[in-house]
Design a protein around this ligand. Structure first.
Ligand code: RUB
Length: 360
């Protein structure tokens, strides 16, 4: 992604691997500071996923794959039986970080499967290669999603997006933001309404930062303002990402997505979900079977930011100890989704068929 650091333009990925080290942009510090965090082993990478040092379905999928590669490299001197036990344990540790985004589970399974037969050295090589392949596939998918999705964006479009499904939620380009980037680079005049996305404010902090870096016109809106703009006819289309898409087209995505989809339908506004193959879970028949992560109530009653001197600080919005509930995702039934934007093209209803044809 294009980032400007002290006037200098650089091209940066969200996460990358250097031998046994995994390096990633520390998303907890953005937009106030751009810092690279270094994970020295698979335990640290798993912890980074859990603590949301990086987040977003695609990005945690790649982090999971790199974590598996780290585990394989850590265990390369063990006898075969111990090596496989170490890999199983690492897989379990990574699976236990965040439950909703299926990309993470797909990445772990692919790495385990890639180990295949043969000696430890061979298995290590295949796991590491598979992890790198997952990252490269994700990158290619997000570019194709951008190319296909840009065709759905007319010149002059005013677009609403929720949470961050940008380069930061992926390895680069993103899902929902990829068509927006492509449309902008094609010279289309677009404007993006960015939901702030309480409680962690991925929209206000991360999507706004990415759009700023790309020079795409945007405004952050309070979460409860989206319906107001939709009813006034000031939003032409909605694009969001996804954390898991069931075989029938139901979508789990950041909490609040469902409401946007219902209000969009009510107002005749197209509602698009941009996602790669890795986010589709064909083993999951419908949204009812998707596990929804419940996060700490502290996230709801507090807010993070920087003070006027730029020092990170946390404030209490509600009184300490105020009871709160914090589901991180919700499920949008397929009937509210106009189309899926994928690396295999645009998928239209009936989704059971179009999803199976594309990815089955
Ligand atoms: C992120 C979120 C994003 C999807 C899309 O939630 O809901 O919209 O993950 O991601 P969190 P992608 O910040 O809690 O991880 O674009 O990678 O498919």
């Amino acid at each position: 992604m294009r980032v400007v650091i002290e006037g200098e333009v650089r091209d940066l990925r969200t996460i990358w691997r250097e031998g046994q080290l995994v390096k990633l942009i520390d998303q907890r510090k953005l937009p106030h500071r751009l810092e690279i965090a270094v994970m020295r082993d698979h335990r640290e990478t798993a912890q980074a996923i859990k603590d949301m040092v990086l987040r977003g379905a695609g990005a945690i999928g790649v982090a999971a794959a790199y974590g598996m590669a780290q585990a394989a490299l850590e265990a390369r001197h063990l006898p075969l039986k111990d090596f496989m036990a170490y890999m199983e344990e690492a897989a379990q540790r990574i699976r236990a970080t965040r439950p909703t985004a299926v990309n993470l589970f797909h990445a772990v399974e692919r790495c385990l499967r890639a180990a295949g037969e043969g000696g430890v050295e061979e298995r290590v090589r295949r796991i590491v290669e598979e992890a790198d392949r997952i990252a490269e596939e994700d990158l290619r998918a997000s570019k194709l999603i951008g190319e296909y999705g840009a065709q759905l964006i007319p010149d002059g479009a005013r677009i609403l997006t929720h949470c961050n499904a940008g380069a930061l939620a992926f390895i680069d380009y993103g899902t929902a933001l990829s068509p927006i980037r492509y449309a902008h680079r094609m010279g289309k005049r677009i404007f993006v309404y960015v939901d702030e996305t309480r409680p962690r404010c991925q929209g206000a902090r991360l999507t706004a930062w990415e759009l700023e870096m790309e020079g795409i016109p945007y405004a952050v809106i309070a979460d409860n303002a989206a319906g107001y703009y939709m009813r006034r006819g000031e939003i032409d289309l909605v694009i969001v990402g996804a954390d898991r898409i069931a075989a029938n087209g139901d979508v789990a995505n950041k909490i609040g997505t469902y409401e946007r989809a219902v209000v969009a339908k009510e107002n005749g506004i197209p509602f698009y979900v941009a996602a790669p193959k890795m986010t589709f879970d064909l083993k999951c028949p419908s949204g009812d079977e998707i596990e929804i992560e419940e996060r700490s109530p502290e996230e709801v009653i507090t807010a993070w930011g920087v003070d006027e001197e730029g020092n990170p600080t946390r404030v209490y919005i509600a009184k300490r100890g105020t009871p709160a509930k914090n589901p991180a995702f919700d499920v949008t039934p397929a009937k509210y989704i106009t189309a899926f934007i994928t690396e295999r093209g645009i998928l239209r209803p009936p989704y059971e068929e179009s999803i199976r044809r594309a990815f089955g």
